[in-house]
Design a protein around this ligand. Structure first.
Ligand code: BG6
Ligand code: MG
Length: 209
């Protein structure tokens, strides 16, 4: 039976995928090419620097490591302009209700995110106190689909992987959770996600019974 629940952040608890898209699009446009929502789908769960590498390849542009660092910083500063407008309650449907329900029923709760901005986002949206453990892009070396982020979460919660449930909206994240030997619920029924134990449209569907 499940004792711990590990949440992805972007696209599961908060609607920040659109902010990532806007900031990457601004960066691509500043370099003279476009960036589509379809391409953005492929960046879900993917680290900032790996996302930049993919975008530069799509734009047919090559940059030195130093230039890439500056471009990643530029994108992040545009992204943070959007994040800094977030307020308590700016969470996806069902998120606060589910976190509250899990807490009341004594489940342990962890965050398992690729983002280096995770703590800021949890604080701004007012949900940081629900989390027993936060594993994010600052603590993980091998990005999703590597299982590290979720294995670290389970270890810090002191719960067996086999007793952890992961909630994910990204294919890389579903693959990471499976590789960690966990149950995984995919968010986005019509998004073409594969390999999850089940798919739902949003967190409200977990609250119905
Ligand atoms: C993931 C997002 O949660 O975090 C990706 O799905 C993003 O789109 C990644 O690139 C890294 O985020 P950040 O905030 O460190 O740039
Ligand atoms: Mg996500």
């Amino acid at each position: 039976t499940v004792k711990g629940v590990i949440f992805d952040l972007d696209g599961v608890l908060v609607d920040t995928a659109i902010f990532h898209f806007q900031a990457w699009k601004q960066l691509a446009n500043s370099l003279g090419f476009d960036f589509t929502e379809k391409q953005n789908e492929q960046l879900k769960g993917v680290s900032r620097i790996r996302s930049l590498e993919l975008i530069l390849a799509w734009g047919g542009i090559s940059k030195t490591a130093r230039e890439q660092e500056l471009l990643a910083n530029q994108k992040n500063s545009w992204y943070l302009d959007l994040v800094n407008k977030m307020k308590p309650g700016d969470t996806l449907p069902g998120a606060i209700e589910l976190l509250t329900c899990l807490k009341e029923n004594n489940y342990k709760i962890a965050l398992g995110s690729a983002s280096k901005n995770a703590l800021l986002i949890l604080e701004r949206t007012g949900i940081v106190n629900f989390f027993d453990v936060i594993v994010d892009g600052n603590t993980v070396t091998a990005s999703k689909p590597a299982p590290e982020v979720f294995l670290k979460g389970a270890k810090s919660l002191n719960i067996d992987s086999a007793k952890c449930l992961v909630l994910e909206d990204a294919q890389a994240g579903i693959d990471a959770a499976r590789a960690a030997g966990m149950y995984v619920i995919g968010i986005g029924k019509y998004s073409g996600l594969t390999g999850a134990n089940c798919l739902i449209n949003n967190l409200n569907e977990l609250l119905e019974d």
